[in-house]
Structures are given as C-alpha cells and as structure tokens.
Ligand binder design. Structure first.
Ligand SMILES: [Zn+2]
Ligand SMILES: [Zn+2]
Length: 574
C-alpha cells in the first residue's frame, strides 16, 4: 500500500503548492513523482537501502529521502508543515469536482471561504455572482460538485476500500491463534461505495490479535480497544475499521449478520420464525428446546433455514431469497470465467505501455486474448488515432500475432460517438477491425432525447460491437448522463450490440441495477478494465463483482468465450 499512499501524498503536496502559486517546475516534479509511485510494480519500501529509489526517473535524491522518511516514520515533515499553511476546509474544497487550486485560492483570499459548508452558502445564495474570475457556469459546477460529494459523503469507492480491507485481513490472518478471518458488511457484498471496513475473526488468543491490530502501521487513531471489539481510523483515507472476535460455533451466523444487507437479514429472520426457529448473530435456535442447530458456517445457517446459500453480492432482498428457497439461484459469473480483457489503451493514445507490454502482462494473468482499443481522433487530449495511425497499429498487431505465442491480440478501437451520433472513424477502416467499442466522451449535457438518439444511431450503423462505459458516470465526480435506457437497451437488442461493464474503480458502469434492466431485455455484456497500463488489468475483479451484483451468469458475458467463440460472436454469430 505504501506506493499508493505516497502517490496520494505527492499529489496533495502538488495541490498545496499550486494553492501557494509555487514554482510550476516544482509542482510538476511532484505530479510526476506521484505517477511514478502509482506505476511502480515493486514496493517502494523494499527499494530503500538498495540505492535504486533515487535512480528511478522522476524521483532523485530529494524525493527518495522523503519516501524513506515516510516509510520509517509514517509521515513526511515538509508535507505536515505545508498542510498547516491552509485550513483543512480549503484543502477539502480543492477536491470538489469543478473547483481547482486557482478557484479555491481566490475564494479563500477574497471571502475567507474555508469550508465546504461556507462555500455552499456563498454559491447557493448568489454571493459569488459577478466576481471576476468566477463564471456562472463555475458556480453551477461548484453546487453540483458539492451535491455529488455529499451523495457519497463518508463513503468510499470500493476500489479504495477493498484493497485496504484485504491487506488488513492478510496482515491479521497470520497472527497467533487466528483460525477464521473474513471481511463482512457492504465491502463483502461489493457495493460500489462502502462506509467502513468490518472484519470478523475467530481466535484462541483474542488479546494478541487486538494488540496487533491497534498497532498496525496503517492506523492513525485507535477509537476503542477491547478483547472482542476494536475500532480504528486509518491514515490518509480516514476509513474506519472495526474488528470483532466471535466464537467458533457462531462464526457463520455472525458473518451473515454483519454482512447484511439489513433487508436480506430481516427476510431470513422471518423465515426462521415460520420454521419455529430464531435466527441471530449467534446462530439458528430451535424454539421448542432452545437448542442451537446451526451457526459455525454460513452454509449451515442457510441450510438450516431450508435455503440454498446466497452469494454475498446479491443479498439485497430483491428476489434472491425466494429463489434460494426453491434452490434456483443463478450460478453467478466468476473471475476465472473471463478469457480475455477487451478494452485497453496503449502509447498510441493515452496509455503508457506498448501493445507488446500489454499482451505480455495479459498472458501472465492467464488470458487467451486481449483487444487493443485506443481512442479515435476527436479525443485530442487522449492523442486519439487518425486513420493513418490506426493503420500502422493494425500492421503492428498483425506482425505481433504472427510471431507471438500464447496470446492473441485483437485489433480494435474505442471510437467516439460524436455529438450527432456519427462515429469518429471511417466505416471502411472500422470494418477492418476485430472489435469496435462505441463510447460517449463529450456532450454530456445534451438533452435526454439527444443522447438517447445519439447512442441508438451509433448502434444502428452495424459497426459497433459494444457500448463502452454506457452511462458515463464517475463515482463521486460526475453523474451519469440522461438517457432513456429502456429505449437504448431495446435498440441494443435489435442491433445485437453488447453493453460494457467497465471495471475501472470510479466507473463501474453499467451499475448493478442497470445491468439487471439490460439483462431483462436479453442483452449480452463484456466485462473489461479499460486499462491504461498493465497494472490496471487487476481491476477486472471489480467489474466481475458488479456483474455478480447484477445477477449475471457466465453465459451472459461474451468475453467468457474462448478465442474462437469470441471471434465468432464478433463476426456476427450472436
Ligand atoms: Zn472511454
Ligand atoms: Zn477506454
């Protein structure tokens, strides 16, 4: 985790320096270092003492000393000093979508706006209107950004919380006396945002466990410390972690209880009552003699109630209990079912690795094929491909496939669906490709009718195989654009176009409920990572968990097919 923490800190330092109007070269150096940390495949802590840290391009002596300081003390002195120059509220404002350092500084210097609450009052009451440097559009964006932030307030994207949760479970699983340890709560159900991290443990030595937990280096502040329950707040993210120790013969019942959802558990308790039983966090009890009949494992608990065990991702009381009673639950897709990752970018557009590097990594993950899908030319900021560069990429991939063994690379493109619904590339060239992803990257503010018509028009060309990140939302940063999804999904059925489930942690788009809607119309899906470097291919698990929350099975997802089957589908056998 150190690399990610360091990356975040370097970005924060750059933000504060920007607030201070500091030297742009210095700011850029910190941004660059943040990127280096994010891309580093080895743990930075492990490089200390080897002398290699300062040799990394973009790190150097000064920054490597800061990294060392952080690894040793959990802090960087300069950063702590910098933070003192502005109230925390100003730094919070910096992270509202639509506000940058320049605006934050202007607001602070001119009006002393030093908290999100104050900013909301100013923006909402028209006090910012007419100020030089702040457009009406900025004010609208500020209000929207605040609303978005509030909508996930106190909640964290799954992509932030899950790796931390898994790391803590890993660190505690080796502690003396621990026999069972699992994440519980909404993180176990893989909700797209989670409020905190719940961990359940059975242990013969609960005191050793809890002493280890409260001393983990990731912890900033201990809230409570006891033999059966401890809570702490983590550094950087300020996520709260609760660890509970339960008895061996109650572990399954407690796991079900703390995993939720509330609605699911209420239904379970009703079923228990109908059977003359009682269900709580300790087990299932026969009311006649108060004897415990299940509790050690979740499977025991479900089976004692006459139910098929329900996978955590679908415990929402949305019909799963009725199906479990009839032993007719869907067989949810698993990560191992995915045979290829079919949305990724390279140095041709805004990715940072070559076709060959992406293929090599995919091969190491056990994939049979990948698709290279760089951007089209209208996406200037992403160095989108014009026809000439697309042709040269096609040639490169053909040459690669002739010599490379063990992985197939499909030729593809993530082509922009332009404002009027036309595609940002010649049909004759798109025809040469194996796979075409059609994506909306601009004009999010068009009317519902316009966006709906635009996506349908793109699908009607017959050139698009799948719609990329269909709703365009970014969790906590940008709402989905307005569209008539019933109409879009119906048209997708007509034209046999699949819907993407984009695994990028801030996208997770389609969402679980939209997947259900699309699935009910018989649509097929592709789960992809939209990787811009090899490391991001690990995001696949997030997409799979959203698909599971949307009740998808292997057969619903096209890239579970082997290479031959996938190509056949692309060629029109749908
Ligand atoms: Zn895209
Ligand atoms: Zn993409």
């Amino acid at each position: 985790m150190t690399n990610e923490e360091l990356s975040k800190i370097f970005n924060n330092i750059a933000d504060i320096l920007e607030l201070k109007n500091d030297n742009p070269f210095r700011i850029r150096a910190y941004r660059k270092a943040a990127q280096v940390m994010e891309d580093l495949t080895e743990d930075a802590a492990g490089l200390i003492g080897t002398g290699r840290l300062k040799e990394l391009s973009g790190i150097g002596k000064d920054l490597s000393a800061k990294i060392e300081e952080y690894v040793q003390t959990g802090k960087i002195g300069d950063f702590e000093e910098l933070k003192k120059e502005f109230p925390q509220g100003v730094l919070d404002i910096l992270y509202i979508p639509g506000v940058g350092p320049k605006t934050a500084k202007l607001l602070y210097d001119t009006y002393g706006i030093d908290s999100i609450e104050k900013l909301e009052v100013y923006a909402g009451s028209g006090k910012l209107q007419g100020i030089k440097g702040i457009k009406d559009k900025t004010i609208a964006n500020i209000l929207k950004g605040i609303a978005l932030k509030k909508s996930i307030q106190g909640r964290f994207p799954l992509g932030t919380a899950l790796p931390i949760g898994e790391m803590i479970v890993h660190e505690l699983s080796g502690v003396k006396g621990v026999s069972n340890i699992e994440l519980a709560g909404s993180i176990r159900r893989r909700k797209e945002t989670v409020g905190d991290i719940d961990i359940l443990v059975t242990s013969d030595e609960p005191e050793i466990l809890m002493n280890t937990f409260v001393q983990l280096k990731e912890i900033e502040r201990v809230l409570s410390h006891g033999p059966t329950r401890s809570s702490a707040v983590l550094k950087n993210t300020h996520l709260q972690v609760d660890v509970r120790v339960v008895e061996d013969d109650s572990f399954g019942a407690a796991l079900a209880y703390f995993t939720g959802s509330k609605a699911h558990n209420i239904k379970l308790r009703e079923i228990a009552v109908k059977k003359g039983c009682k269900l709580n966090e300790y087990g299932v009890f026969d009311l006649k003699n108060d004897r415990k009949i299940a509790g050690a494992t979740e499977r025991d608990v479900y089976e004692a109630l006459g139910l098929q065990p329900v996978p955590p991702e679908i415990r929402e009381d949305l019909g799963e209990i009725e199906l479990a009673l009839g032993h007719r639950l869907p067989e949810l897709i698993e990560q191992e079912d995915i045979r290829g990752d079919v949305h990724m970018h390279t140095v041709y557009s805004d990715g940072d690795s070559t076709v060959e590097q992406m293929a090599a990594h995919a091969k190491s993950l056990g994939y049979e094929y990948i698709a290279i899908t760089d951007h089209s030319q209208s996406l200037n900021i992403a160095r989108g491909l014009d026809p000439r560069r697309l042709e040269s990429q096609i040639n490169e991939i053909d040459a690669f496939n002739e010599t490379a063994a063990g992985i197939k690379v499909l030729k593809g493109m993530e082509v922009d669906i332009l404002g009027d619904g036309t595609l940002d590339m010649d049909g004759s060239l798109l025809d040469k490709l194996d796979i075409v992803i059609g994506s909306v990257h601009s004009g999010f503010k068009q009317s519902r009718e316009q966006i709906t018509g635009r996506i349908i028009k793109a699908m009607a060309t017959g050139l698009v195989d799948v719609i990329g990140h269909p709703s365009g939302r970014l969790i906590g940063e940008r709402d989905a654009y307005e569209a008539d999804w019933d109409a879009v999904f119906s048209a997708a059925g007509t034209y046999h176009v699949a819907m993407e489930i984009n695994s990028y942690p801030l996208r997770l788009d389609l969402t679980d409920t939209m997947i259900k809607k699309a699935h009910s119309k018989g649509l097929k899906f592709m789960i992809t990572t939209d990787s811009h470097d090899p490391k991001q291919m690990r995001y696949m698990s997030y997409g799979v968990s959203v698909a599971r929350r949307g009740w998808l099975e292997k057969r619903d997802v096209v890239n579970t097919k082997n290479y031959k089957g996938f190509m056949k589908w692309l060629k029109g056998d749908r």
